[in-house]
Write a new protein. Sequence first.
Lengths: 748, 336
Amino acid sequence: MSAARGSNPVGAPETPKVLGGKLPRIDGPLKVTGRAVYTSDIALPGMLFAIPVRSTIARGRIVSIDANAARKLPGVKAVYHRGNIKAFFRTAPPKGFSGLIDEKRPPFEDDEVRYYGQYVAVAVAQTMEQAKAAADAVRVQYAAAAHNVGKQLGADKPMKVESERGDADKAFASAPVKVDQVYITPTEVHNPIELHATVASWEKGHVTLYETSQAILNHQDVLHQMLGVPVENVRVITHFLGSGFGGKLWPWTHSILAAGVAREVGAPVKLVVSRQSMFEAVGHRPRTQQHFRLGATPEGKLVSLSHEYLNQTSELDDYKEDCGEATPFMYSVPNLRVASALSRGNIGTPTAMRGPGAVPGLFAMESAMDELAIALKMDPIELRKRNEPTQDESNKLPFSSRHLLECMQVGAEKFGWAQRDPAVGAMKRDGLTIGWGVAACSWGAMRSDAQASVEITREGTAIVKTATQDVGTGTYTVLAIIVAEATGIAIDRVDVQLGDTRLPMGPISGGSWVTASVIPAVSNAARDAVKALLGMATSGPNPAFKGAKPEDLQLVDGRVKRKGEASSGVALGDVLARANVRSAIGHGKSATTMGGAESRKYSLHSYGAQFAEVTWHPQTARLRVSRFTSVIDAGRMLNPKPARNQIEGAVVMGIGMALLEESRYDQRYGAPINSNLADYMVSTNADAPPIDVTFLDYPDLVLNEMGARGVGEIGLAGTAAAITAAVYHATGVRVRELPVRIEDLLGA
Amino acid sequence: MERFQYTRARTIPEAIGIGAQATTAQQGAPVRFLAGGTTLVDLMKLNVEHPTRLVDINHLALNAIEHMPDGGLRIGALVRNAALAHDATVMKDYRVLSEALLSGASAQLRNVATTGGNLLQRTRCMYFRNTAMACNKREPGSGCSAIAGDNRSLAILGTSPQCIATNPSDMNVALAALDATVQVQGSKGERTIPFRDFHLLPGDTPHRETVLEPGDLVTHVTLAAPRAGATSRYLKLRDRASYEFALASAAVIVEVSGGRFGNVSIAMGGIGTKPWRMTAAEQALAGAPVDEATIVRAAKLALADAKPQSENGFKVELAQRCLAHALRLATGMAAS
Ligand SMILES: Cc1cc2nc3c(=O)[nH]c(=O)nc-3n(C[C@H](O)[C@H](O)[C@H](O)COP(=O)(O)OP(=O)(O)OC[C@H]3O[C@@H](n4cnc5c(N)ncnc54)[C@H](O)[C@@H]3O)c2cc1C
Ligand code: SF4
C-alpha cells in the first residue's frame, strides 16, 4: 500500500484541483443555520424522556430505593432500578476495535456505589421536566463507606517497566548535570459543548440508537453484548457530533440505560446527560503524577532518562493514561527506563481525552527538558538538536518521516526566537514582562481498518459510504474531496454518507486516525468505481468509447474524455445509460498499521514545535498567553483549512490545560465540585491569542498513499509545557503542577 | 416538577400586593419578582429557589435612566446592565460603574440582566448551588460546607462561622463606592436605603442577604451628582480574561490636587460577604501625597482585618495589589 502513489491509478485526474485547497466544510451551512440534526435534537413519535438518579455518596451500598412518591408525579411512566429492570450483561474481552468500553460494570449490576454520581435508578416520563422532577423525588438510602478522592496518588502495585535500555539509575547517579522533578496534571474533563445523549427505539427486537458516538461500530458491538441481542439487531446512528475529544469513543452507562429503559417501557426514550454528570459518569483525563529524572553531560548530551508515573483510575477499571508513549523515542539517550502503575480512587472511570498519554506525558518530559536547558545554560532548541535521534532507539526502527528539528527551526524563525534574552524577567513590553517558551511534541501516526463504497450514478453524482463519524473535524469534507478528486465529479455533487452502522465498516474517530484510515479505503473505492465505469465506457454493450482502452480515458468535470483530446467527451450518466446500468459501484479497503507490516518496519509519528509568549503584569499578578506559534509535521495536508482549525483549537485547549482546567473533588462528599462550565474554567475567546500555524507538509508515504496523517491531537501536545516554560521565563516560577494559578505566581 | 404560578404585573402596586403575601423576601421566599431571570431561573432549575409564584416585573415602567435636577442619575430597576454600561452619561461621569458592569458576566447575560436583579444576585458559592450538600444560606442550620471545603473564591472579610460566601456582583462594588441609594416601594410606602445599609452581613442568618421585606420592590438606584474633578476606575482580577467572577476587584473614585489625595472612595469585591467599603484606607489616603508608598500603605490597611479561609490566603495579597493598582490607574501613575 505504502508507495502505491503513481502505480497506475486508473483514470485519476492529472492535476489535483481540490486536494490541498482551502475548502470550507461542506456541512458548514447546515450547522450555522441550525439544520444539522444532532442526537439530542432527535424527536420520535411517542418518545419518552429518561433522567438518571445520581448517587450522592462516593462509596458504599444502596440500602433501599423508594420511588413511590416519584411514580405518582404527573407524566411519570416508570422508575427503574436494579430491582425491576432486565439485567444487562458484561462484554467479552475486546478484540481490536470492538467490544471496547472503559466502565465495564453494567449499570445496576450490584448495589455497590463506587463513585459520586453513579446512576442508581432512572425515571421515565412524558417530558424531560417531568422525568427530572421524578428523578429528584426518588429517595435512596445508602450505607456510606469511606471513600478516597485524594490528590496524592499512590501505586496499587509495583511499577511495571514499559521500556528500558541501558541502566538509567546508574547513568543518572554519575551524570554531571541533573533534573529530578515530579510533574502533576490534574483531572481534566472533555466538556464538548454537545452533551452526551442517546435516543433508543425498539421495534420487534431490533433497537436503533441515535448516539453521540465517536465509534458507532464499537458501540453496536458493546450494546448488542450488554443488551443480549444479536449484533444485527442493533443499529447505531451518529450523523453529527458537537465534538467529543475522546469522551464519546466508548459507550457509557447512560446509553445502556436508555436502551434498557426503552425496551422496558415499549416506547422510544431520549436520555441527555446533564452537564453535571459530564463530570462524573462519562470519563475524564485522570490525574497524573510523573517523576522525571534526566542526566546529561555539560555539553547537553542526555545520558539518562527515567520516567516513572502514576495515573488515577477508578476502583474497578484499569484505565491507563499512557504518559510514557513518546518518552522512549523522542530523544537520543543510551540509558532509559519508563515505568508506571495505577492509583485507585472513588472516581468515575477515566477515558481517552485528546492526545491521551502523550499530552500529560509531554508536559512532564518537555518541562524537564526545559529545566535541563536552564541548568545547562543552553538554548532549549540547541538542547533538542544535541539529542536528536537518527532512529527510534526504543525499537531500532527508522522513522517513517520525522522533521522535528525543522519544526523547531521554522518555528524559531516565525516566532522571532533569535531576539530572546534568556534571563528571567529580562524582556519587557508596554509595562509588561514577556516570557517565551518552547516545547516539542509528537503523536503516533496510525491507521486502522476501513472499508468504503463509492457509487457513481446516472445523475452524474457520487455517493460515498463508510461507517465512520465526523466529530466536527471535517470528515464529510475530506471524503468529498477525495471522491471529487478521484472521479472528477464536482464536490457539491458528492454525497457523503457517514455515521450509520449499516454502512461499510469505517474507523473510530479517535487517535487522529480517521483521515489516515479512510483515505485509502475511499480512494480505492472511488478508483474501483471509476474502473467499473471506464470498463462500461470501453467494452460491453453499446460502449461510448468503443475500442478505447480504459487507460486512454480520463474523468474531468463529470465527463469521460480521451486523454489529450480537446473534445468535450461523454457525460458520466450517459456512459451508464448507454450500458443500461443504474450506477457504477466501487469498493475499497485499507488495512491497519497496528501490528501490520509498516509498524514493524517503521516508527510512525507526527512531530511539532510549540512556541508560547506570555505577558506578565507583576503589579496585579495577571498572566495571559499573548502569542502562539505552532509548527506541525503531520504529513501531507489534505485540507489545510480544517487542519489549521484543529491546531488552533488544540492550542486554545492547551491554554486551558496550562492555566485554567481542573476538575476539583470535594474531599468530604467525594464529588467533583466545580461541575459546571462557570466553575470548571476553559479558555474563552478572550483568552485565545493570535495563533500562527505552519504545516511542513512532508507526505508520510509509509502511512498511506497520500501521505496524510491526522491532526486532531498533536496541537495539544507540548502546548502546556511551552506555556509553563514561558511562565518561568517571565516570572522565575516553575510550575510543575497544572494548572498555573495566580497564587503560584504571587511570590514572583 | 415544581409548579409555580406566573403573573405579569401591570402596575407597581399590583406587584407589591402579590409580593406582600409572602412570608419573607429572603432565601426560600414563596413569591419572587422576575426581572432578567439570569439568577432566579438558574437557581430554580437547580432546586435552590422554589417560589410558588413568579411576578414578572418586566412590563413595569422602570427602565429609564433619568437626569435629576441635582445633577445626579436615577436608574430604573429594569434598566439592563448593557444599557446602563453603554449610557453616555454613565461612561463619562460614572466610569467606574460602566467598567464594573462590562467586566461582569457575558454580553448575552448583560443584555437581559437588570439593575435590580444584579443588585440582588445570589452568591456563586458552589455548595449553595448544590442541594446535595449542606449550606446554611440555603437551608438554615444545615451547616456550611465551604468553611472546610473548596473556598478559594470565597470571602475573607465579613465572614461568620455560619457563612463565608461572597457577594459576587461587580456592579454592587461600583455602587458602594458611588454611595448610591436604593429606592424601594413596599406595602408601607416608599423608602430610600443608603447602599451601605442595603446588604447584610451573614452573621447567624446567612439566608437574610438584604433589608428587603415581603412585597418590597426595588424601583430605582440613585446616584449623586458626579464629584467635579474626580476620576474613577474599576479593576477586576481573575484567572481568565473574561466570563469569571472576581477573585478581587476594586472600585475607586479619587480626587487629586496639588499632588495630594482629596476625597477618596473605595469599595472592593470578590473578597467580602457584601460589597466592602474601605473606610480606613479612604481616610489614610485623604490629604496624603500621591505616591507609591502612600498607595501601598493604604492597600495594606484596607486588608488589615482580612481573615483568610483554608484555600484563599492568596486573596489578601491579591486584593492589596488590586487596590494599589486601581489607585495607580485612577491617579495616572500607571496607564494599564
Ligand atoms: C454564567 C454567569 C456568569 C456571571 N458572571 C457575572 C460576573 O462576572 N459579574 C457579575 O456581577 N455578575 C455576573 N453574573 C450575574 C448576573 O449579573 C446576574 O445574574 C444578573 O445581574 C441578575 O439580574 P436579573 O435581572 O437577571 O435578575 P433576576 O434573576 O431576574 O433576579 C434576581 C433576584 O432579584 C430579585 N429581583 C429582581 N428585580 C427586582 C426588583 N426590582 N425588586 C426586588 N427584587 C428584584 C428576583 O426576585 C431575584 O430574587 C453572572 C451570571 C451568570 C449566569
Ligand atoms: S459559605 Fe455560605 S453559601 Fe457557601 S456553603 Fe457556607 S453557608 Fe452556604
